[in-house]
Design a protein around this ligand. Structure first.
Ligand SMILES: Cc1ncc(COP(=O)(O)O)c(C=O)c1O
Length: 436
């Protein structure tokens, strides 16, 4: 029984572990920003102990660890890792310099030449690029199959297949993947496999965050995050995290030590002190606004299609309500919206340019999960690594809702729609017209 047993994750994220043997400064209310690249070892024996124990630490044991050098382990980062493992319900966490560093480490540290990954067709653009530009060079095959099509997965899977990889919701199209169904499929495959060759379920949980979805509860093996987005939350730090079973920890720590893509302690500190304690507050507010904005877009005659898991018309409504739940068990549809304008009436690029020129509360910029509302066009920006044929919707728009008043976000979207429609086709200028 620890002193924080029974407290809600929202409270835990504010207070962290309370006391930790990883700190020398137990009287600080806010964790101090540690910034020491190297550590005094006191004796050669202690130095040797630090090296021999490297890679074995899983959770805070109450014993002060032997710190040696920042790239091996460091208190602020280590506390952040403990918190991320805790809130995802995982055994261990290893952080990295960025989300892409975490994704590439979690896959590359596990896979061997000749192995295969099956990945969902739609993914964040740089993950797609990792698979298409790099894995063929490393002798790792990547097949792309809809993760909700278990029959096709079953027909394709072979002894070489080691990882099922997806995002849910996907970036940018907000499709969901049924994690429980994939767990059952992996169990079926693993019934005849050795421990070392198990088929593993990897999910990038960046969009939902542990606030809105805890994939390990549904049977995922590995959870990945870009800490740069919702978990950092303020748009000031890049970072990534892998939450994994404890057997994977030694190899991931070794990988990080030798490839060197560590999360800087100053970035870890900001995520620990600002990002995590405000996660639930920010996400609740943002999804409250996202629902209002999505509903407004949906009734606008200039908008052809709106995808948001909280809308009644969301195609995977039942799965969304089963899988996307917050710490209190309430539906958590998130802060991301994907939509298309009616191309016969309004050019998406003109609309986005109008916002860039004149909007105050909506900013044209990539990234997401920021205090500010961000808008972008994935096909030509974040997902430009996909070819034109692979991009299902070249003019679609991605919106990440921030902390502004929802009425102001709608006001800016409305002004831009109205201004552009007026210039383009004066006869059908009003963005306020409801759909018939
Ligand atoms: C779903 C998803 N995963 C991973 C990443 C990569 O994160 P980073 O930019 O921190 O490397 C992103 C970045 O946008 C993302 O949207």
């Amino acid at each position: 029984m620890t002193p924080h047993d029974g407290y809600k994750p929202t409270t835990r994220l504010v207070h962290g572990p309370g006391h930790s043997a990883k700190w020398d400064f137990t009287h600080h209310v806010t964790p101090p920003l540690s910034s020491s690249t190297t550590y005094r070892l006191d004796s050669a024996h202690r130095g040797a102990r630090g090296f021999s124990e490297f890679g074995r630490q899983v959770k805070d044991t109450g014993e002060p660890p032997v710190y040696i050098y920042d790239r091996l382990d460091e208190p602020t980062r280590s506390i952040l890792e403990g918190e991320l493992a805790e809130v995802e319900g995982g055994e261990a966490c290893v952080t990295f310099a960025s989300g892409m560093a975490a994704i590439s480490a979690a896959l590359t540290a596990e896979l061997l030449p000749g192995d295969e990954v099956i990945a969902h067709p739609m993914l964040y653009g740089c993950t797609h690029s990792l698979f298409t530009n790099w894995y063929s060079r490393l002798g790792i095959q990547v097949a792309r199959i809809d993760m909700n099509d278990v029959a096709r997965l079953r027909a394709h899977v072979s002894a070489k297949t080691r990882v099922l990889y997806f995002e849910s919701p996907t970036n940018p199209t907000l499709e969901l993947v049924d994690i429980g169904a994939l767990r059952r499929f992996a169990e079926e495959v693993n019934a005849t496999r050795s421990r070392e060759r198990k088929l593993l379920v990897y999910i990038d949980n960046t969009f939902a965050t542990p606030f809105g979805q805890r994939p390990l509860e549904h049977g995922a093996d590995v959870v990945l995050h870009s800490l740069t987005k919702n978990l950092g939350g303020f748009g000031t730090e890049l970072g990534g995290a892998v939450i994994c079973p404890k057997e994977m920890l030694p190899r991931l720590l070794l990988y990080r030590k030798d490839f060197g893509g560590i999360l800087a302690s100053k970035a870890a500190w900001a995520i620990l002190v600002y990002g995590l304690p405000t996660l639930a507050l920010r996400l609740k507010r943002q999804q409250y606004s996202a629902l209002k904005v999505a509903a407004w877009l949906e009734q606008n005659s200039l908008v052809a299609r709106v995808v948001y898991p909280g809308l009644d018309g969301f195609p995977q409504k039942e799965l969304a309500r089963r899988q996307m739940l917050d710490f209190d068990g309430d539906f958590a549809p998130g802060n991301m919206i994907y939509f298309e304008l009616d191309p016969a009436r309004i050019e998406a690029e003109d609309f986005v340019d109008e916002l860039a020129a004149n909007a105050y509360s909506v900013t044209l910029a990539v990234s997401l999960g920021h205090t500010k509302t961000l808008i972008e066009m994935p096909a030509s920006m974040t997902h430009s690594s996909y070819s034109a044929e692979e991009s299902a919707a070249p003019r679609a728009i991605r919106l990440s809702i921030g902390l502004e008043s929802p009425g102001d976000i709608i006001r800016d979207l409305d002004s831009a729609l109205t201004a552009v429609a007026k210039r383009a086709k004066p006869a059908c200028a009003s963005g306020k017209v409801g759909k018939s």
